[in-house]
Design a protein around this ligand. Structure first.
Ligand SMILES: Nc1ncnc2c1ncn2[C@@H]1O[C@H](COP(=O)(O)OP(=O)(O)OP(=O)(O)O)[C@@H](O)[C@H]1O
Ligand SMILES: CCCC(=O)O
Length: 361
């Protein structure tokens, strides 16, 4: 029988990662790096659709993967309306919301649109898995302190769900039996109390919680408001300061933790202060998550690129191991997680969700 594959598409702000899976085996993978001046030609992320689509089709052609050899296409899910976690069929309503950017602009919004664009050519199904807008909040977590502003669940859901499943498998338990605190430590940081499989709270990775390599996290609001009204900065300037030019970047002019570690090793006390401060804030957020779980924590999981840093892991572990055993899964495997989400549906372990039936609000 002819072999059929799953195509995985993960659009990021500067690259589009693609991979082909045969069952759970990755047989081809590639990171299509986009040049800044190429992307600059487009007014919006959505306008990059044809450009990214053609690059993916060219890659498939080069790798001699025929579209008729695909059985499904899956894309990273973006800023949709708040929905529960799971694997979702890409429906017309989802495409409409991704095009409208109902939750904001994010490169991942192109994931579902690209997946559908390719799948429709062969009349096969397209999916997204655990998008950024997965919302499993308890009602109390939505209250911000100002009635005009609601706390939102914007979260590294794909990796957090994947590592939670991984830990449950390792312990030979159902996820529903475990209470975990998962800290996804990447360019942005999400720290989530995961109670019996549900991410019941999180710092919104783009606006709250600890600062990260490129984001400010929470800021003293009075000073922030003063800056906004100082006349010195535009709306775009302020947005960029909070996400992109915040965090390590704002103090040390780099988002690269390896570079920061080198500076610390060479005796740079300022770099040490800033890196230690980021670790301190992450530790405090983990402490907050443990209070949400009333101290019943089976494991604290550290994951994402920063979890490759021995310096960070050692100091963070020292700070939070009184709460529960710390497990480290360095890096992330978003491509594998997307493929696994589709396999669960293809193998009949899970029913695909229909976006318009699941929208929470
Ligand atoms: N081996 C390593 N040692 C120390 N730090 C590392 C290592 N590998 C990556 N990092 C750091 O991890 C951070 C980026 O993590 P990662 O690559 O997971 O983020 P991303 O995928 O760009 O963003 P996000 O996870 O928010 O989507 C950077 O600060 C990077 O320097
Ligand atoms: C908001 C979580 C995902 C991201 O930071 O891109």
């Amino acid at each position: 029988m002819e072999r059929k594959y799953v195509l995985v598409i993960n659009p990021g702000s500067t690259s589009t990662k693609v991979a082909i899976y045969d069952g759970d085996v990755e047989i081809k993978t590639h990171k299509i790096q986009h040049k800044e001046d190429e992307l600059a030609k487009y007014d919006s992320i959505l306008d990059q659709y044809e450009y990214r689509l053609n690059l993916i089709l060219n890659w498939l052609d080069k790798e001699n993967i025929k579209l008729c050899s695909l059985k499904a296409v899956v894309g990273r899910g973006g800023l949709l309306r708040p929905i529960p976690g799971g694997t979702y069929l890409v429906t017309d309503k989802m495409i409409e919301d991704l095009r409208l950017g109902v939750g904001g602009e994010h490169a991942a919004n192109l994931g579902g649109i690209l997946a559908r664009g390719i799948a429709d050519r062969e009349n096969i199904s397209s999916y997204i898995v655990d998008p950024v807008s997965v919302d499993e909040f308890e009602e109390v977590a939505r209250i911000s302190g100002l009635n005009l502003i609601e706390r939102k669940s914007l979260i590294h859901a794909l990796n957090i769900k994947a590592v939670s499943h991984r830990r449950a498998e390792e312990l030979n338990k159902n996820l529903e039996e475990l209470n975990l605190i998962v800290a996804h430590l990447g360019g942005g940081i999400s720290v989530a109390p995961v109670r019996r499989g549900r991410m019941i709270d999180v710092n919104n990775a783009s606006e709250m919680g600890p600062f990260s390599p490129e984001r400010t996290g929470s800021l003293p609001v009075g000073d922030l408001v003063k800056m906004c009204y100082s006349g010195n900065y535009t709306y775009e300037d302020m947005k960029k300061k909070i996400k992109g030019k915040g965090g390590l970047m704002s103090y040390l002019d780099t988002i690269d933790a390896r570079e920061v570690e080198k500076r610390i090793e060479s005796g740079d006390e300022y770099a040490k202060l800033i890196f230690d401060a980021m670790i301190y804030q992450i530790g405090k957020e983990i402490g907050a998550a443990s209070a949400v779980l009333k101290g019943e924590v089976d494991n604290i999981i550290l994951t994402g690129g920063l979890a490759c840093s021995k310096y960070l892991v050692e100091r963070l572990t020292e700070m939070v191991s009184f709460i529960g055993p710390v497990i480290v899964y360095p890096g992330e495997d978003e491509m594998g997680a997307l493929n696994k989400g589709v396999l669960r549906v293809i193998n009949g372990e899970e029913k695909p969700k229909i976006y318009e039936n699941e929208v929470i609000r």
